[in-house]
Design a protein around this ligand. Structure first.
Ligand code: SAM
Ligand code: SF4
Length: 337
C-alpha cells in the first residue's frame, strides 16, 4: 500500500495517543496549580475504542504509535492496551511518554506487554528544583523508574527536558553530559505557549540556538541521522555514546517534516498541535461507525492538516495578553503532548 500523504506530500505514519487527561504532577508550564477539571470518565475513549482507531490507522500506513497523556501510567491496566496494540501487525515502534513517577512499578510489565521504549520527562536533576517545577514530584522515584526501564530493555531511553530561563537553564550542560557516558538520548524541547498560557512569556523562553551554543562548549556537534527524524533534529557530542535532540517548535519551523497525527483522550483527531481543528471520532464510533467510516475520518484529518503554524512569526512577544490570542487553548495533557 502506498504511504499515507497529506495535502502537502508529507508522509503521515505516526500517531500519538493521549490515554488520559489526568496527571499525578502539575508541571508549571503544563497545568495550573490546582490542575484542570478532568474530562468525564464516559467521555474518555475506552481501550477498545483506541485499539479500533489504531488498527484502522495502521491499515492506512501508520507505523509508529506513542502513548502519552496526561500521565499515561495513572490509567489502570495500560499493559492491556500495549499488548493489544502490539498484536496489530504493522507497528514498527510502540513507545510511551511518561513523567516517570510510576515507571519503577510498571516498567517490567510494560516491556513484557510489548512496549519498545520510553521517553521520560525530567526538567531538573536537583530534587528541590524538580519538586518546584513539577509542584510536588519526587526526583528519586523518577530516577529509579529510569533505571527500571533500562533494566527491562526499554531502550534507547530518552529524556525530555524543557529549558526555562531563570528556572533550569543552568542545567542544560548537566543534561547534555548524560549523553557522553551513557547511551541515553536527551531531547531539549522549547517551551511552548500551550495550556498554561499564564506561565509562558518571552522572558522564560530559551530557543534552540541558545541551547546549542551552551552545549557546544562541551565539543562540536555532529548531525545524526535517525531512522525517522520527524520534526526533531539529532546530534552527537564528539565521542559521546548517546544522542542529543532538539525540538524547536517556535524558533525553527519544523512543520515541513511533521509526520504525526494526534488522538486526544476524549476522542478527537487533532491534525496539528497548534491548530484548534479537531475531528470528533468518538461520536462516530459510539454511533456505530463501521471501519470504513473511521478510515474516512482519519483520511479527512490528514487532508485538513495545515501546512504549518504561524506562532513563531509573532514570538517572542512582549506580554501574555498578546500571547493569549495565539496560544493553544487546549491543555497539553488533553491533546497528548
Ligand atoms: N505526563 C507525561 C510527561 O510529562 O512526559 C506525558 C504528557 S506531557 C504533556 C508530554 C511532554 O510535553 C512532556 O515532555 C512535557 O515536558 C511536554 N510539555 C508539556 N507542556 C509543554 C509546554 N508548554 N511546552 C513544551 N513542552 C511541554
Ligand atoms: Fe503532567 Fe506531563 Fe503535564 Fe507534567 S508535563 S503536568 S507530568 S502531563
Amino acid at each position: 500500500m502506498s504511504p499515507l500523504q497529506d495535502s502537502y506530500a508529507r508522509v503521515i505514519d505516526y500517531l500519538r495517543i493521549s490515554v488520559t487527561d489526568k496527571c499525578n504532577l502539575r508541571c508549571i508550564y503544563c497545568m495550573p496549580s490546582d490542575g484542570i477539571a478532568p474530562v468525564r470518565h464516559s467521555d474518555i475513549l475506552s481501550y477498545e475504542e483506541i485499539i479500533r482507531v489504531a488498527a484502522v490507522a495502521v491499515r492506512l500506513g501508520v507505523r509508529k504509535i506513542r502513548l502519552t497523556g496526561g500521565e499515561p501510567l495513572v490509567r489502570k491496566n495500560l499493559a492491556f492496551l500495549i499488548s493489544s496494540l502490539r498484536a496489530i501487525p504493522g507497528i514498527d515502534d510502540l513507545s510511551l511518554t511518561t513523567n516517570g513517577i510510576l515507571l519503577g512499578q510498571h516498567a517490567r510489565t510494560l516491556a513484557d506487554a510489548g512496549l519498545d521504549r520510553v521517553n521520560v520527562s525530567i526538567d531538573s536533576l536537583r530534587p528541590d528544583r524538580y519538586r518546584e517545577i513539577t509542584r510536588g514530584g519526587d526526583l528519586e522515584a523518577v530516577l529509579r523508574g529510569v533505571q527500571a526501564a533500562e533494566k527491562a530493555g526499554l531502550k534507547p531511553l530518552k529524556i525530555n527536558m524543557v529549558p526555562m530561563r531563570g528556572l533550569n537553564e543552568d542545567e542544560i550542560l548537566d543534561f547534555a553530559r548524560i549523553t557522553i557516558d551513557t547511551d541515553r538520548h536527551v531531547r531539549f524541547i522549547e517551551c511552548m505557549p500551550v495550556g498554561s498560557i499564564n506561565f509562558w512569556d518571552a522572558g522564560k523562553y530559551v530557543n534552540t540556538d541558545e541551547i546549542r551554543r551552551i552545549i557546544e562548549t562541551l565539543g562540536s556537534l555532529s548531525p545524526v541521522r535517525m531512522r525517522k527524524n520527524g520534526p526533531s533534529k539529532y546530534y552527537r557530542i564528539h565521542r559521546a555514546k548517546g544522542v542529543l535532540g532538539f525540538i524547536s517548535a517556535l524558533s525553527h519551523h519544523y512543520c515541513g517534516d511533521c509526520n504525526r497525527l494526534r488522538l486526544t483522550a476524549d476522542g478527537k483527531l487533532r491534525p496539528c498541535l497548534f491548530s484548534e481543528t479537531e475531528i470528533d471520532i468518538r461520536s462516530a464510533i459510539r454511533a456505530g461507525a463501521a471501519d470504513d467510516e473511521i478510515e474516512r475520518l482519519l483520511r479527512l484529518s490528514i487532508e485538513v492538516k495545515p501546512k504549518g503554524h504561524t506562532l513563531g512569526n509573532s514570538l517572542p512577544l512582549s506580554g501574555s495578553e498578546q500571547l493569549a490570542s495565539h496560544a493553544v487553548k487546549r491543555y497539553m495533557s488533553r491533546i497528548g503532548g
